[in-house]
Design a protein around this ligand. Structure first.
Ligand code: PLP
Length: 546
């Protein structure tokens, strides 16, 4: 009987006994002559990036950000090169070669068994039921039979490749009844599911470990970032095994940029589209002669049981569409709408005749502002704006609402200085996103609008010509409306016209600055509304392009 406390009692003896390799990481203001680094940054990198210095073992800023993202405490996180590395480190921390075992529930993610084999751990299987649900009795029986040698149970929810989630009661009762054993829930696809994360149960069950990844929902597969979330005692053991400096400095920067508060509403909008595309694909694929069954999925893929597999694979190859093959069926990832339509065609499903939604995004980060914008010219249902300037929020909201387009815009700007950079940079980013959404401008118009508002009249003419030009006639009676400087009103339209590639002409008369600015925004919105509207495919220019 081991005299050690849990979880040391179940860890490999060699890991418990050894002192973690320790070396300084991170750049402080000390004179660092302690790590044989270069005193010079590599060209062309500037000093602030400190590429010449080793990174911290667990970069503090990143740990804090990821803890906030996952609603947990920093000391419950081990950040690694993807969730894959967390799986590997778990095996190497807890499974003695030739003695210990892990349990998996196939069909499931293959890397658990892979890592177990490399580490020399035994693999116990408790297969899923025929409908791919987890079979609690089978898991319990296998766990009991394996006894103390069973160190880790890998459960994947939503499961890859079947897409279903586990009943939370199975997880919590296994945690309670097998307190010595590590119950690992791999939540690589949690963001796509309706089930709450098991991180909510972590305080209750010290043997519960949650894996999360930035590769799927946050679009960072190429960057490599994922975490194990666990009791700090488990994390401390795992950090002894994690190789030195797993998070390269540019990786930390890339992750922090992608997860900046300004970017989060865009991730949310993308997830909503992703889920609606999953439902659209499930319905459409069920109509394909190749498809016997579409399994319900809470992930960003669908598992298909198919007929004429070889012929289907030939069709997919002809269209250069790659999907994943398994003995139990084919797994297709949910892509962007236009990508999904290409895949549908290979399945013999004519894509819907309706046009693609015109969506544009722009992300802009400087020392002065951090901005993410997403516009949808064909779905006005989502308008969510946060610039830190109440009046400006109100104006942008009016622009989207009266322009008839969806707008998600977040900005963290240096408003403690003044509103200038925020207003200007948001306008530039908005113009860029709108221009991207317009695409080849097939079917759009070129318009103008006269806007009456109490004593004020604004006349706005626009031409989405591809060429920037702005004229503004109007004199404001006061220099501010709320926290919005009146001089920034023409400047907004100037900046927008630059990146949108539009001629914008505005004349405004009135006696109230608030009304005058608002009339300009609404007038532009009303002019844009028909200009954004698609009727037919004709490009409204004698040149054939604009
Ligand atoms: C993709 C995937 C992972 C790996 O994620 P990374 O963070 O990219 O290593 C882990 N588990 C499952 C179930 C996955 O599908």
């Amino acid at each position: 009987m081991s005299t050690l406390n849990w979880p040391e009692s179940i860890a490999r003896k060699a890991i418990v006994d050894f002192k973690a390799y320790s070396a300084r990481g991170g750049a402080t203001d000390a004179l660092h002559l302690d790590a044989n680094e270069s005193p010079w940054t590599p060209p062309p990198v500037t000093g602030a990036d400190a590429y010449n210095r080793y990174p911290e073992q667990q970069p503090e800023g990143l740990r804090t950000r990821l803890a906030a993202l996952y609603g947990t405490a920093p000391d419950t996180l081990m950040i690694g090169r993807g969730a894959d590395e967390a799986i590997e480190v778990l095996l190497r921390t807890f499974c003695e070669a030739g003695e210990d075992k892990v349990l998996v529930c196939p069909p499931t993610f293959g890397y658990y068994a892979n890592c177990a084999s490399i580490q020399g751990a035994g693999i116990v299987e408790a297969p899923l039921d025929a409908d791919y649900s987890y079979n609690e009795e089978r898991i319990r029986t296998a766990m009991t039979e394996a006894g103390a040698a069973l160190k880790i149970v890998f459960l994947c929810s939503p499961n890859n490749p079947t897409g279903n989630v586990i009943d939370p009661k199975i997880v919590t009762s296994l945690c309670a009844d097998f307190p010595q054993t590590l119950i690992v829930i791999d939540e690589a696809y949690e963001e796509f599911s309706d089930q709450p994360s098991f991180t909510n149960d972590m305080g209750i069950y010290p043997n519960l470990i949650v894996l999360r990844t930035l590769s799927k929902a946050y679009s960072l597969a190429g960057v490599r970032g994922g975490v194990a979330i666990a009791d700090p005692r488990i994390i401390a053991l795992m950090l002894k095994v994690l190789p030195p400096y797993p998070i390269a400095r540019p990786v930390e920067t890339a992750i922090l940029n992608a997860l900046s508060p300004a970017a989060m509403p865009v991730h949310k909008a993308r997830l909503a589209l992703w889920k609606s595309e999953r439902e659209r694909m499930a319905t459409a694929l069920a109509q394909s002669a190749f498809v016997k069954t579409v399994f319900p999925s809470q992930a960003n893929f669908l598992l298909l049981d198919v007929n004429n597999r070889e012929e289907l694979l030939r069709e997919l190859a002809k269209s250069n569409v790659k999907i994943r093959h398994y003995p139990i069926g084919l797994r297709i990832s949910i892509g962007a709408p236009e990508e999904n339509n290409i895949a549908l065609a290979a399945f013999g499903i004519t894509p819907p005749s309706g046009k693609q939604m015109r969506i544009g995004e722009a992300h802009r980060k400087t020392k002065e502002t951090d901005i993410s914008v997403r516009v949808n010219l064909d779905d006005a249902s989502t308008i969510a704006i946060r610039t830190g300037n109440g009046f400006y929020d109100h104006m942008l909201e009016a622009l989207a609402k009266h322009g008839g387009f969806g707008l998600v815009l977040s900005c963290d700007g240096d408003t403690h200085i003044d509103a200038h950079h925020t207003i200007e940079d948001c306008a530039l980013a908005l113009g860029t996103a709108l221009k991207e959404a317009l695409g080849n401008k097939a079917g759009i118009g070129r318009f103008g609008f006269t806007m009456a508002m109490d004593e004020t009249q604004a006349r706005v003419a626009i031409d989405l010509s591809g060429r920037a030009a702005m004229t503004f006639k109007g004199i404001f009676p006061t220099d501010h409306a709320g926290e919005f400087p009146a001089e920034m009103c023409p400047h907004f339209f100037e900046s927008l016209s630059q990146t949108l590639g539009a001629a914008i002409q505005i004349e405004v008369e009135g006696e109230n600055t608030h009304h005058m600015i608002e009339a300009c925004f609404k007038g532009l919105a009303r002019a844009l509304r028909p200009a954004f509207k698609r009727e037919g495919d004709e490009i409204p220019s004698t040149k054939g392009v604009i």
